[in-house]
Design a protein around this ligand. Sequence first.
Ligand code: TYM
Length: 334
Amino acid sequence: MKNKKRILSGVQPTGDLHLGNWLGAIKNWVDLQYEHETFLCVVDLHAITAKYDSKKLAKDTLSTAALYLACGINPDKCSIFIQSQIPAHTELCWILNCITPMNWMERMIQFKEKSIQQGNNVSIGLFNYPILMAADILLYDADLVPVGEDQKQHLELARNIAQQRVNAEFGKGEPILKVPEAIIMKNGSKIMSLNDGLKKMSKSDPNEGSRINLLDDADTITKKIKRAKSDSKVGIEFNNSQRPESRNLLMIYSILNNKDIKDLEIEFENTGWGTFKKLMIEQVIESLLPIQERYKVLIDDRHELNKILLKGRENAEKVANKTLHRVKSHLGFY
Ligand code: TYM
């Protein structure tokens, strides 16, 4: 166990998880879990940084944990836990708030994008979000953080905080915090919207049709893919920058089908959108079906889910509290 590298990652329980969350992050966790010591949290404190429904938070939190399992996370190999149940996350976040320069935070692209979406309702929490994420990661001395492309800048921030603001200033030559590395998959790390191949698939897009949720039924998947943006050309290409929608759907198809993109480009050289979309619909339904079937069983077994989350919490808490104690003692607390 000791020689295994440690992984930490998480997803926000904000509504339904979509294909981007699965192909960009969770699928990678599933592949990595047997060779690594893996901590996976449901980041519910991040989910309240934007307007949210308090009646749905607990349900969505549990549903996200069940989806981790349904996607293939093995609870005997990984610790799955709920972020808000471990107070060390918010405590380390506060400490890191106080040593992180404001101008580092002002560069955060995701904050800028999300605050435009949220207009006058932007919370301090949304601005602070990347520091809480740094705390999540640094508490576990994570070596590796498997995330989608959009989290690259947040990972860089976590690295800079650990290296420059904690280790360099308080470490007296000895590292206090491990400096983590992002693992971003070559394919799947940036799944785009079904309506616009230049825009990321996102839970916060007000248009439901822009994403395929992991729990969408066959009818919904069919409708969404039929309505997905296409173009007037024949043939499904990957490398034509004028055809981002073709690139995106081919990428998704290739991951789900486990076929090389180059081979698919040849196969679909003369295929029209109608035929390709039909194949795409069949593939997405077939790939999501086993996840949905496992999910149905898991979400009804509250006892088993709670047992898994309790075990995860106990494992996580031990590691997190130890790191927090180490940080506090180096930073001069009594
Ligand atoms: P969230 O919930 O927005 O996204 C969860 C994961 O899904 C990835 N992702 C995507 N990947 C490919 N294509 C997309 N369209 C797409 N949309 C989302 C994200 O990159 C992410 O890996 N801030 C994090 C949650 C977090 C976290 C952490 C992650 C909080 N603390 C600590 C890792 C480690 C987030 O974006 O969640």
